[in-house]
Design a protein. Structure first.
Length: 163
């Protein structure tokens, strides 16, 4: 019997959400251009170098994340669905056709004048999810990434108010 419906992927998921004090369109836009992404993407202490970037369904972001300890991580994201300004769905691995790639769904919902972003990541197996959480600190890294996003777009809002 195959599992379907709510909870069918719960043991393979990581879900992180955060309210960001910025309009939904701006939070969404922070994902659409590499000039934005390179300013906030990744956990604390990480930076990125982009090799190619095309933000459209079927497009690819090929980049390297540089860890604070000097380790380079090859990364490959294929955007699978883009519904501005509500949702972005992507497949994230180390390279094209990575069998261990995971899917992420980013949902952007208005929360008053702010935006609630939910990042739902679904791994191919429970083992890969557990490894990502335990070895790569996926939950804390995801929280730090959303905190970096929040700080970045909040600064854009502040600068816009000054301008």
């Amino acid at each position: 019997m195959s599992e379907t419906g709510p909870g069918a992927t719960a043991d393979r998921e990581v879900v992180i959400s955060r309210v960001i004090d910025a309009p939904r369109e701006l939070v969404f836009e922070a994902f659409t251009e590499v000039r934005h992404l390179s300013r906030w993407w990744g956990p604390e202490g990480f930076s990125t170098t982009t090799r190619s970037f095309e933000f459209l369904a079927g497009g690819v972001w090929d980049f390297v994340m540089h860890g604070p300890d000097g380790t380079d991580y090859q990364e490959w994201i294929t955007w699978t669905e883009i519904v501005p300004p509500e949702r972005i769905t992507l497949l994230h691995g180390e390279h094209r056709d990575d069998p261990n790639a995971f899917a992420s769904i980013l949902a952007f919902a208005p929360d008053g004048a702010a935006t609630r972003i939910e990042m739902r990541t679904i791994f191919p197996t429970k083992q890969l999810r557990d490894e990502a959480v335990e070895k790569y600190h996926a939950v804390e890294g995801g929280r730090q990434t959303l905190n970096n996003l929040a700080a970045y777009v909040t600064e854009l809002v502040r600068k816009g108010a000054e301008g």
